[in-house]
Design a protein around this ligand. Structure first.
Ligand code: NDP
Ligand code: HSE
Length: 440
């Protein structure tokens, strides 16, 4: 049978990985797919660069639309990134009847509803394994492998850049800015690294996992997003002393009231496997009612790890493209007419536990006032750690740090208690609040 023909829009880090792995493993991939998969066209504005990558093995064009317009191309792979041109090109490819593969989580998290509806109407597939956790086949696991389960929650380290930064800060005591530069040099960071460090990239990925896990529409605008830029080295140290590691987690959970969808730094017990995921590695935990807890670990970024996921999608499409569209795996795991309208909960309704650090005057009765306010708010304390004043401000210091771990309460209740604690004259600086997840 004639090989299926693929065009790559944007042959950069991921695109070159796709091209190279397909060439290298061509025979085995053909044996699996039942048909050859050939990249016959690639696009990049810097044509000379693209030409150097592909030689005479594929046609190079500057205009990505030339690929979409070519009737011989069966699958368009969008690897340009961003949400403006990429959105136009993906919609144009769908309108032209092409199947689409993309690694672009920002695009799908923001415009997924529009794109999946267009693909459904046209009877084409939009596959996006590479968009979440790079090389880890988590989309396939959630959409197919765990299809028997009522999923209860998903929690993951789904941004390599921030995990790399947190690991290096903890292990080597390096500064945030130094480690970020290194992550950029290594190619982990997004074109705009604020997407990584402010939690936006993780929220894009979490939004997609949440849709697939719970059969809800893609709703990035409802996600709570907090990054790692405000984390202090001392909190990483104190967490360690209390038996926890701080990780940037994406958490989505089904509750009786609705769906939690949140990205923020979290204390995780050091004994959990996920707490020991270091460097740029990613890991996703999924809790299903039948299977229990499962854990998926691997490289969340990089040229060939991400290419591995893109090519898995190419093989899926090659196997399924002649099947009746109604018999294919739905884009978001649930049939389009069977999506749930469970609301995404506002952050105030989220229930979790907390790490609080208060810089206080080292005086009698200070701790009692703080714990009294928590008691009045109905927030139960799990542990308290008080540092020696000398440790904080040197000999003769009149200030100290009090660290409090709480049991579960709603975020709204904690917000109200924080306002009261902050107003105490003996609380000398902004209180640090980090959420804590036991992931048991
Ligand atoms: P790169 O910047 O390395 O590659 C993007 C390519 O697109 C560049 O080669 C650029 O080349 C080309 N390009 C830009 N504009 C156009 C245009 N108008 N027409 C044609 N080509 C164009 O990005 P990545 O490969 O790293 O990322 C691609 C996508 O994959 C993004 O959505 C990213 O979020 C996602 N992703 C990346 C991962 C990674 O590890 N890098 C991991 C998982 C997902 P030129 O400027 O010469 O046009
Ligand atoms: N910037 C992303 C990360 C790349 O650091 O994980 C993979 O999506």
């Amino acid at each position: 049978m004639k090989p299926i023909q693929v065009g790559i829009l944007g042959i950069g880090t991921v695109g070159s990985g796709v091209f190279n792995v397909l060439q290298r493993n061509q025979q085995e991939i053909t044996r699996r797919a039942g048909r050859g998969i050939e990249v016959t066209m690639v696009s990049r504005r810097n044509v000379a660069e693209a030409q150097a990558l592909v030689g005479d093995r594929a046609q190079v064009v500057a205009d990505a639309r030339a690929i979409i317009a070519n009737p011989d191309i069966d699958i368009v792979v969008e690897l340009i990134g961003g949400t403006t041109l990429a959105r136009e090109l993906v919609l144009e490819a769908i309108a032209a009847g092409k199947h689409v593969v993309t690694a672009n989580k920002a695009l799908l998290a923001v415009y997924g509803t529009e794109i999946f509806a267009a693909a459904h109407a046209k009877g084409v597939m939009v596959a996006f394994e590479a968009a979440v956790a790079g090389g880890i086949p988590i989309i396939k696991a959630l959409r197919e492998g765990l299809t028997a389960n009522s999923i209860q929650w998903v929690a993951g380290i789904i941004n390599g850049t921030t995990n790399f930064i947190l690991s290096e800060m903890r292990d080597k005591g390096l500064d945030f800015a130094v480690v970020l530069k290194e992550a950029q040099r290594l190619g982990y960071a997004e074109a705009d690294p604020t997407f990584d460090i402010e939690g936006v990239d993780a929220a894009h990925k979490l939004t997609l996992m949440s849709s697939i896990a719970f059969g809800i529409p893609v709703q990035f605008d409802k996600a709570y997003v907090e990054g790692i830029t405000q984390l202090g080295a001392q909190d990483i140290r104190y967490a360690e002393q209390l038996g926890y590691r701080i990780k940037l987690l994406g958490i989505t959970k089904r509750t009786a009231k609705g769906i939690e969808l949140r990205v923020h730094p979290s204390l995780v017990p050091a004994k959990r496997l996920i707490a020991n995921v270091e460097g740029a590695m990613n890991a996703v935990m999924v809790q299903g009612d039948a299977v229990g807890t499962t854990l998926y670990y691997g490289k969340g970024a990089g040229s060939e790890p991400t290419a591995s996921a893109v090519i898995a999608d190419l093989v899926d499409i090659t196997r399924l493209h002649s099947a009746d569209p109604a018999h294919r795996v739905p884009h978001l795991a649930f049939q389009p007419d069977a999506m749930s309208d469970l609301p995404v909960l506002p952050m105030g309704d989220v229930v979790t536990s907390y790490y609080l650090r208060l810089r206080v005057a080292d005086q009698a009765g200070v701790l009692a006032k703080v714990t009294g306010l928590l008691a009045d708010a109905g927030i139960s304390i799990d542990a308290v750690l008080q540092r020696e004043a000398d440790e904080i401000g040197g000999e003769g210091s009149t200030q100290t740090d009090v660290i409090i771990l709480t049991h579960d309460c709603t975020e709204a209740r904690m917000d109200a208690a924080l306002v009261q604690m902050q107003a105490l004259p003996t609380v000398l600086a902004a209180i640090t609040r980090i959420r804590k997840e036991e992931l048991a």
